[in-house]
Structures are given as C-alpha cells and as structure tokens.
Write a protein that binds this ligand. Structure first.
Ligand code: LMR
Length: 395
C-alpha cells in the first residue's frame, strides 16, 4: 500500500537549514530559520529559564499526566501576558499545544469544527507553514494583499480591499506583531480600520502571535491582539513561547478562543480538550511549566523581561546598522525600510536569482523570498551582508 505515497515538497526553511549545515565554507552566515542568536552565534538558554529548570528539578516529584488542556496555571499566566485583562477571563477557553505550530493547527481544526466549509484568508505572503497546513487539511485559502514589493511596507489599501470580501463563517488570519516573513507591520490606526472592517464583514479573526516582545516591547506587541479580542465577538489566538522564552525544542504554545458571549466558553473549552485528545492527548508540559514559573515569580520574571528586552534592542541596533551600511554602500535609501521593520525578519525585496548569487558567492543563507533573520547577524557580519547585497543590486 505504501507505494501510493508520493514525494512531498520539503519545507523550504528547514531545507535551507540543512544546506547551511552542509556548506564547508568557514565564513558562512545563516540568516535562514527564525531562531534568535546572540553576537557569538549562540542560541542561549535564557537565565530565567535555566533558573526555573533548577527549581523544577528540585521540586518536581512526579511526571504523571497533567490534563488534556495542560496546566490551567499555564493558561492563566499566558492569557494574562497576551490579553492583560482586556477581556473577562471567563470569556477565554484555552489549551496548551505543542509549540505555536500546534496552536495554529488546532486553531484551524477548531474553526473547521465550527464551520465545515471554513475559508481562511491569508496574507500574501505569510509563514509558508500556514499554507502548508491549510493545504494538508484541505481547507480553502483566500489570499489577501499585504506586502508592497515596491516600498517593502504594507499594501494597506490592497489588504482592506481584499478583506472586504470576507463573510461570516470565514476566518481572517492576521499576524499579531512582527509579521513573518516580511517584517512589515500595521500601525495602530490601521489595526483600528481592520477591526472596523472585520466587524462589518462578520468574519472571525485568528491571530498568530509568535514574537511577542521581539518588536516594540511586550505590551506594544500585544496591543493589536488585545484590540481585536476586545472589539470582536469571537477571536482565535495562537501564541508561541518558542522565541520569546527561547524554548524552541520544548514545544510550548497556547491556543485561546475568545467568545464575548461567555455562555459559549464551556463548549469552546470542551472542543479544545476534545481536539487535543484526538491529536496527541496531553500537550508537552516541561516548557509550559517553566513559562508559568517565570511569569509567576517576580525575580524570574524580572530576569526574563530584562533579557528579552536586551534581545529586542540588539535586533533593533542590527537593523539600524544594516540600513545605514546599505545606504552608504548603495548610495540610496532603497533599504531604509529595514530600520522600520520589526521582529526577527525583514524581506529585502531581492529576486530569487540574487538570493542564490549571494548564497553561492558569499555563503550567506537567506530564504528564497529574500527573508533574512536579523538575529543571524552581528556587528561584524552586517558589513559583509551589506557588501553582498550592494554587489548584486549594482550588477
Ligand atoms: C521560521 O519562520 O523560520 C520559524 O517560525 C521556524 C519555523 O518553524 O519555520
């Protein structure tokens, strides 16, 4: 029977990771997968996480199952972090998931249980795995314009025109902050307009928030999610702890479903528990427990906030340095947007051929759509990248 299986297209981001590893050149630079690296190229375990792990090792006396939706204390702490009380706690159903991807997958499943024929509106471009999961689930996707290739900012008029076609029973997938892969984001006035449009269309927003704390700060990065969740009758939110807690391999995420009509919460909650049971039963606990400890302990939280803020500021410094170097090397402000973008990524607006040229001649690895991971740079490699880009855009 297995002979019916066909070769599947590999994930481009993960394939790039492998290509980089296989490249024997010593002075290679990895700007591919979205993993934070410090100036030494290391993805550190954050101090607060390490300390929480020590405490947990001492205190934990059992590894028995927790519950289908994970530890309620994890939900409480994460709901507070993301929503900060803008909706009543009893309006939020939630379930721990294996990472942000698990939350996204369960969110689509949840939406399809509510509407067998759900369509999901997705930004062009979006995180490739959104599209891959939707395709795998045979859920119809409706693209909406998002990235303006000319300015490397948001094509807001195009976005609004396309989203106007959404209807009740549709889901509109939005990136809460730090848009992946472009780095281009809406301002709050634009978010207000999106909210008004969603209210008019009756479509349900789904927010993927995977980089809270990597853009403008923990609260600023959650502001759009809070606005949407407090303004619309129903909102789905998929949150990841992979990046902002640096616990990638622990697979820690939370799916939240907000219904302003709180009489719906019990059914939403039961549906989330059911979905966890069908897909993997109990979600991973280790990362979720560490996050809960960090968020609920003043000292650990203080250390975490400080380190996260250092991480964020170091990316902003690299952005500015790269924009300045490119201005000097190309004699134009074509790449000024890099300093305006937020989060881990920026899409540079280079052709696939240029991306390949940069990889072949300079051993610099970026995703084929010219997305770079800013955190893959340091002050010494920024000029190397700027040189490589200046060379291809001049030739
Ligand atoms: C990325 O976009 O590089 C990250 O979210 C990692 C992943 O799983 O693709």
């Amino acid at each position: 029977m297995f002979e019916t299986l066909k070769e599947l297209p590999g994930d481009k981001i993960l394939a790039l990771m492998q290509l980089y590893r296989d490249d024997p050149r010593e002075a290679k630079i990895d700007l591919g997968v979205g993993v934070y690296k410090n100036a030494d190229g290391v993805t550190p375990v954050m101090k607060a996480i390490k300390d929480a792990e020590k405490q947990l090792w001492e205190a934990e006396i059992t590894k028995t199952y927790v519950g289908l939706i994970g530890d309620p204390a994890f939900s409480d702490a994460m709901i507070k972090l993301v929503l900060d009380g803008v909706v009543e706690r009893k309006a939020v159903a939630s379930a721990a998931t294996p990472g942000g991807t698990g939350a996204v997958r369960q969110a689509f499943d949840f939406a399809r249980m509510a509407n067998r024929n759900v369509r999901v509106f997705v930004s062009t471009p979006t995180w490739p795995n959104h599209l891959s999961i939707l395709k795998h689930m045979e859920i119809e996707t409706v693209p909406y314009r998002y990235f303006d290739e000319e300015t490397c900012g948001v094509d807001f008029d195009g976005m609004m025109a396309d989203l106007a076609a959404a209807k009740p029973g549709d889901v509109v997938l939005l990136h809460g902050c730090c848009h992946n892969p472009t780095g281009a984001n809406l301002n709050m006035a634009q978010w207000q307009e999106v909210v008004a449009l969603l209210q008019k269309t009756g479509a349900t927003p789904m927010i993927d928030i995977a980089y809270q704390g990597f853009g403008d700060g923990l609260d600023d990065d959650a502001a759009a999610t809070r606005l949407v969740a407090s303004s619309l009758p129903e909102t789905i939110i998929a949150a990841s702890c992979s990046k902002n807690f640096g616990i990638y391999r622990e697979r820690t995420g939370l799916l939240m479903v907000v219904s302003q009509d709180t009489s719906r919460t019990a059914i939403n909650q039961g549906t989330l528990a059911y979905l966890n049971r069908q897909n993997y039963s109990f979600p991973p606990d280790h990362g979720a427990r560490l996050v809960t400890m960090v968020l609920n302990d003043d000292a650990l939280r203080g250390d975490w906030v400080t380190e996260l803020e250092e991480t964020r500021l170091s990316m902003l410094t690299l952005r500015q340095q790269l924009a300045d170097e490119l201005q000097a090397k190309t004699g134009s402000n074509r790449f000024g947007f890099i300093a305006q973008h937020r989060g881990m990524f920026s899409r540079l607006g280079l052709s696939e051929a240029d991306v390949l040229k940069i990889r072949e001649s300079h051993a610099i690895y970026m995703v084929g759509d010219s997305r770079i991971n800013i955190a893959g740079l340091n002050s010494k490699t920024v000029p190397v990248l700027a040189d490589a880009i200046a060379q291809v855009v001049k030739s």
